[in-house]
Design a protein around this ligand. Sequence first.
Ligand code: 3H9
Length: 658
Amino acid sequence: MIAFSDTVRGRVDNGVLLIEIDHAPVNALSTDVRKGLLAAVAHGEAASDIVAMVITGAGTIFIGGADIREFGAPPAEPVLPTVLAAIENATRPVVAAINGAALGGGLEVALAAHRRIASAGATLALPEVKLGIVPGAGGTQRLPRLTGIPAAIDLIATGRTVPAAEALQLGIVDRIESGDLRAAAIAEARALAGAPLRRSGALAVPPATAEAIEAASNKALARARGQDAPREAVRLVRLSAERPFAEALAEERRTFLALRDSEQAAALRHVFFAERAAAKVPGLEDVKPRKVETIGVVGLGLMGSGIAACALDAGYAVIGIEQTEDAAAKGRARIEGLLDRARQSGRIDDAGKADRLRRLTTSSALQSLSAADLVIEAVFEDAAVKTGLFQKLDGIVRADAILATNTSYLDPNAIAAATQRPERVLGLHFFSPANVMRLLEVVRCARTAPDVLATGLAVAKRLRKLPIVCGVTEGFIGNRIFSAYRREAEFLLEDGALPQQIDAAMEAYGFAMGPFAVFDLAGLEIAWARRKRQAATRDPKARYVDIADHLCEAGRFGQKAGRGWYRYPDGKRAVDPEVTALIERRRAAKGIAARDVSDDEIRQRLLAAMAAEGAALLSEGIAARAGDIDLVMINGYGFPAHKGGPMFAAGQAKGPKA
Ligand code: 3H9
């Protein structure tokens, strides 16, 4: 065994130097790994007992990419392009044995090798755009030489992951090995010794029509609103056919370094690390979750059927309950509809659908929930209905089964208190559509037991959700911040702005939809009911805007009603002069003279309102970390990820931290 650095070692097998990167947890390309790789290749080129080399990763990951933790500091030598030039220009063959995920710089290492063999379970991606950057070590130049420009644009500008089989089809890998990957790679490397080497950088870019390139760019950029990296990725990939390899590589590197230092990249790195931090809940380190294999879902409306479909996707057995057999049948049909949609989009096949349906039972017999390990309630949002249900469930489910409420606004502590075992109750607040939205607020009630909370998190992870733990407060993290956002947006209306101006300002900031368009989409009636509920306890001196109440009184409940803050002729959002007149009337009634409100003021006030509410949630201990709040707003409310979330953006506004 030869140690090339602390994290890279080698051994010679039948004249082939097997270079192994061993840098837990993901074999990221730290300075030590880059040093070790460079030394290993130099050794492989010089040693007289070696004819070829194989690069592979220890454990289940090939290489998880550049070490993101090093991005805050200037690049340290040797930089990755130097290492990859040494690999590509080696005179002895280098084979990449891709034993698991090859991501970012990790895939770039493989692309610089002369041949790529992947295990059947390997996954490949250049996900740099998700971090606000572009590949910085040849990915934008070597990949199109293997796949052609349209496919390279698709992969690099979206950052999407491809499984080994697709990578083979696209020409990214040369072979899939389902047996002993290392042995196969060593044999192939040896066989290549002395033969002409296929260097990716020396290949001609396969021709593609201008239309195909244009179509791939448009498709990849369709969802990249306001983000710099995807646009730059497209430009760089196109450059591969226009400029000599070395010149385009230099341009790629320049772009990578500039983007690496950008605000968007800092924001997306914050999001990356916030997601990892969110999974770690203080106090739960050594707590074992309970076993969950069967999930009961009570209420199979829009939300409940989405939750059921999601649980079926994750491999759980699901017991769906409705009030009557007829409603249960309708619920089952709704779940089947969701499965059909997944089948039409190619996400599952016929066998997948059949398997899911085998794991689903639906009925009106609450008693059948005695078999459930976890019951999620998704019934009508009414305190008496929910507490009544929990009391019944308490007597039906096993003593160690867990009860979860999906309430958005009611007090889960009160629901828990209605049971004999409040310690087994928690909130699982899904977002609609529940089988699509990644966010899940996991609500720790006053008496929730640690292993019940840990189970909530484990189930969320298996459901492929992003769980954020929060304490009990009306609306939890997301809806409380959203209420503050709504309140400030309405103040802006009274001050002189109009819905369309406010929406346009926030859409220019990066939201897919401005607040008023969102209110219309979600429906105005729930917030109206809430305001009526709170009317008696509202501070009479606090500023209160009643324009939305007038809209509701006029039956303008939003898009479903065809009218809300906007009109919807042919389903398309249009400014309604009646709403403008109403706003003017309400301003006049309060004696407010409308003034010009700039787009900057709109953005600044709305962001500040969100950040202030976030700060309150932190000080009340409802949210544990500012990053958790950012993740909620990004994943549940359309806050642009490349701005890092309201808390991160507020920090930037005050001046980025050193
Ligand atoms: C790049 O490569 C740029 C190049 O083109 C330019 C070169 C010049 N660095 O996600 P997990 C940590 S850009 C540092 O929970 P999983 C992570 O923070 C990079 N640390 O595990 C966590 O640490 P902790 C392109 C990293 O099994 C731990 O590993 N690469 C990195 O669910 C476990 O992470 C990417 O964007 C990293 N690159 O998933 C890949 N990656 O325990 C990003 C992870 O202290 N990574 N960590 O909290 C991933 O997608 C997933 O982590 C992966 C594993 C699929 C690898």
